[in-house]
Design a protein around this ligand. Structure first.
Ligand SMILES: Nc1ncnc2c1ncn2[C@@H]1O[C@H](COP(=O)(O)OP(=O)(O)OP(=O)(O)O)[C@@H](O)[C@H]1O
Ligand SMILES: [Mg+2]
Length: 353
């Protein structure tokens, strides 16, 4: 998806003043910036969900079509189909009176025209994919029977129901307890790699950025003031506003240059390549490698994670799996020394054991 010179005004007030951003398969593009700078509006525009009274110019190209020019009916097919969104608060994005299975299958039956049995199978498969323990039983439960982290996983499963190519995640971890945030980010990163999704990750948290984004754009007052590879923007920012954002991080210390190793040696155009235990680029031939063709023995369901919402600690050996660990100097989530999602009285505690 390529957004070019997107300008949005609502009742005469200019909200976006010429935003350009490109999303690519298997890449996470982080969008940071102060409150009211237009991050959500950019995501909504990409989904064709601008509020009433909004006028948009520029282009949002996806699959050769400009979404800004699509008739409502066509746009409806794109929304929730090719382009999906995960919102900040899973409590409001899930219907409290409908089972998880119903919410997943209605979506699929509407968009994909699947029969009941097929839709159920796919729903259980998706619940496993987002690492809901006991997916078959979870299918018949209601949202309130899950903890916050698990509810956000379910919201992500619903977003994936129709195999989107683009996923807009607007502050997907902000409403969650810090102890479960890392698990959700790890899941998003894994899905991006595994499914080749193009992800726009909206967050005001630069620590989150450093943990998962490949590219980062920084917004201010309806404009992108800086964009580039994560390591460049977060370590050697060009724009004074990015520097202000970085210096406002708690315990901000100057960013060290990582020790060069064959895997992390700085490329000439990337003065500070990310450390290998941050988010390494997929190794050639690994399922995350965008150039690799799918193989019949590729896993459909990721390896079970006994504690999917636990904080992400840097793995001693990154191994073949991509880990999502924040760069050491920009930690989004303080380690509280707990490994469980603490919501009491929810199904997740027993399910996770
Ligand atoms: N429905 C609406 N009608 C009119 N103005 C709106 C509407 N929604 C948002 N705005 C305005 O558009 C601007 C950008 O809002 P947006 O929600 O995109 O900011 P944001 O960067 O996502 O902020 P936050 O970090 O607080 O979520 C704000 O000034 C906001 O007041
Ligand atoms: Mg917002």
């Amino acid at each position: 998806m390529k957004i070019t010179d997107l300008k949005v005004d609502i009742h005469g007030r200019q909200i976006l003043k010429g935003v350009s951003v490109s999303l690519h398969e298997g890449r996470v593009h982080g969008l940071a910036g102060e409150s009211g700078s237009g991050k959500t509006m950019t995501g909504l525009a990409a989904l064709g969900l601008l509020p009433h009274g909004a006028r948009a110019t520029g282009s949002i190209l996806h699959n050769g079509r400009n979404l800004l020019e699509l008739p409502a009916k066509e746009l409806n097919k794109v929304r929730g189909g090719e382009v999906a969104m995960v919102f900040q608060d899973p409590a409001t994005s899930l219907h409290p009176m409908l089972t998880v299975g119903r919410q997943l299958t209605e979506h699929m039956r509407h968009h994909l025209g699947l029969g009941k049995v097929e839709a159920r199978e796919r729903a259980v498969d998706l619940l496993s994919k987002v690492r809901i323990p006991g997916a078959a039983e979870a299918y018949g439960r209601y949202p309130h029977q899950f903890s916050g982290g698990m509810r956000q996983r379910i919201a992500i499963a619903i977003a994936l129901a129709c195999s989107p190519r683009v996923l807009i995640a607007d502050e997907p971890t902000t409403a969650l307890d810090v102890t479960v945030q890392a698990g959700i980010l790890r899941l998003l990163r894994g899905l991006c790699d595994e499914l080749g999704l193009a992800v726009l990750l909206v967050t005001h948290d630069l620590g989150v950025m450093s943990a998962v984004a490949d590219e980062v754009s920084v917004m201010k007052d309806g404009l992108i003031v800086e964009t580039g590879p994560r390591a460049h923007v977060l370590r050697t920012p060009d724009h004074p506003y990015t520097r202000t954002l970085l210096s406002s991080l708690p315990d901000h210390t100057p960013l060290p240059t990582p020790t060069p190793t064959p895997a992390s040696a700085p490329a000439p155009d990337h003065p500070a390549a990310p450390s290998p235990d941050a988010v390494p680029n997929p190794e050639p031939g690994h399922p995350g490698d965008p150039t690799r063709s799918p193989r019949p023995d590729d896993p459909v369901v990721p390896a079970p994670d006994p504690n999917p919402d636990g904080p992400v600690a840097p793995a001693p050996d990154p191994g073949p799996e991509r880990s999502v660990a924040p760069e050491p100097d920009i930690a989004p989530t303080p380690d509280r020394g707990t490994e469980s999602d603490p919501a009491p009285g929810t199904a997740s505690d027993e399910e996770r054991s």
